[in-house]
Design a protein around this ligand. Structure first.
Ligand SMILES: Nc1ncnc2c1ncn2[C@@H]1O[C@H](COP(=O)(O)OP(=O)(O)OP(=O)(O)O)[C@@H](O)[C@H]1O
Ligand SMILES: [Mg+2]
Length: 360
């Protein structure tokens, strides 16, 4: 909002300094004046006594006038310099703000000196800029990855269509079959992206749900997949009431269990799903056997489009959004997500959510 320009803070501070200095000067001189008036002899019996007294008073008044003038000059000059020094950090902060507004997020104020109010403001501002810069970089990376992933199925479809058009001996049924697969993958990817943005915006209906029921539902749905891969799912736990979106929390369970099945041992793998209640939170853990994982690798897996190095089952061509979605859904429900590699191989994923409705 544009406002009419007022007196600058520097000028106002200068005037205040000078004003106070003048006030102190006037009070001092007034007290001296009163002191002189009280203690000056009356000279009543002395010839020309009244004249001496009035000359003295007159001299004092003119000296006081000169002194007040000097005080005013010192007050204005000193005040201007002092205010300039005091406000210098503010100028640096203002400059940094302007730069940030114009899109340059890499600039930092880095205010030197001891910790005071300005330094705190500048440090907090620098911290905010760093977070903003990281966030923008993450968004850009995400958009680039998403575009790349979406282009791949489109490029494959185009190649298939080109072959179908130019090659007279091409097997149309096979082309249709492959186009269907590629198309399904593109739809899955788009749906995953939409889900991610929906959870990110926290624009969902909250209701009372039991996490353990959702875990069971997900386990039931994924049972055929588990059986196909020779994996046993063991579910256990207690009633775990939470407030949140049923659809999103079911999706969270599905993603975790699908991962636990798909990224498991080639055969005879196990998945353990457990729900439990703590003092203020409920905890869902999904644990699975599998390859040995390093903590460094595990720390990166919740990043969008981040996939593990080796793929045991080549028929699962994941896009690497499953855990990113789980993380976003957990955060949208004010919960925490922890991934830990199991010493014997495989992974343990823990989702901790508040039991009662969070306040905001
Ligand atoms: N339970 C798990 N055990 C072992 N590795 C896992 C597990 N869950 C995830 N991973 C590793 O983390 C990576 C990222 O998982 P994420 O679910 O985000 O993507 P994805 O499963 O590859 O693809 P999709 O988007 O289809 O889920 C996987 O590629 C896999 O290497
Ligand atoms: Mg996955």
């Amino acid at each position: 909002m544009e406002r009419a320009p007022g007196l600058s803070v520097r000028l106002r501070l200068t005037l205040s300094y000078a004003g106070f200095l003048m006030l102190a000067g006037v009070m001092l001189l007034a007290s001296v004046w009163v002191f002189i008036l009280r203690n000056l002899p009356e000279y009543t019996g002395v010839p020309g006594g009244v004249l001496i007294r009035s000359t003295l008073m007159h001299d004092f008044a003119s000296a006081a006038g000169v002194e007040l003038f000097i005080l005013l000059m010192v007050g204005l000059g000193g005040g201007w310099l002092l205010a300039g020094r005091m406000l210098a950090p503010l100028n640096r902060i203002t400059n940094a703000t302007r730069l940030a507004t114009s899109g340059s997020l890499s600039h930092r104020i880095r205010l030197p000196g001891r910790r005071d109010e300005f330094r705190e403001l500048a440090d907090d501002f620098d911290g905010m800029l760093a977070r903003l810069e990281a966030h923008v970089a993450e968004q850009r990376r995400f958009a680039a990855n998403a575009s790349h992933e979406l282009r791949t199925p489109l490029a494959i479809s185009k190649a298939l269509l080109d072959v179908a058009r130019t090659d007279p001996d091409c097997d149309t049924d096979e082309v249709i079959e492959r186009l269907d697969t590629v198309n399904t993958r593109a739809i899955d990817l788009t749906e995953a992206l939409l889900l991610l943005s929906r959870a990110d915006q926290r624009s969902f209906v909250r209701e009372n749900v039991d996490l353990s029921l959702l875990a069971e539902e997900a386990a039931e749905t994924l049972l055929p997949l588990a059986e196909k891969r020779g994996i046993t799912i063991e579910t256990s736990g207690e009633i775990t009431p939470v407030v949140g979106s049923r659809t999103l929390l079911l999706q969270l369970n599905m993603n975790l269990m699908q991962n636990a099945i798909v990224h498991n041992l080639p055969e005879d793998g196990t998945v353990w799903v457990n729900t439990s209640v703590r003092a203020r939170t409920v905890v869902l853990t999904v644990e699975n056997t599998g390859e040995k994982l390093t903590p460094q690798l595990v720390a990166t897996l919740t990043e969008p489009f981040q996939r593990g190095t080796e793929r045991i089952h080549t028929d699962h061509a994941g896009v690497g959004l499953g855990l990113a979605i789980v993380k976003t859904i957990t955060q949208a429900h004010d919960g925490t997500l922890t991934l830990t590699p199991r010493p014997a191989g495989g992974m343990r994923v823990t989702v901790e959510l508040p039991t009662t409705a969070p306040r905001w």
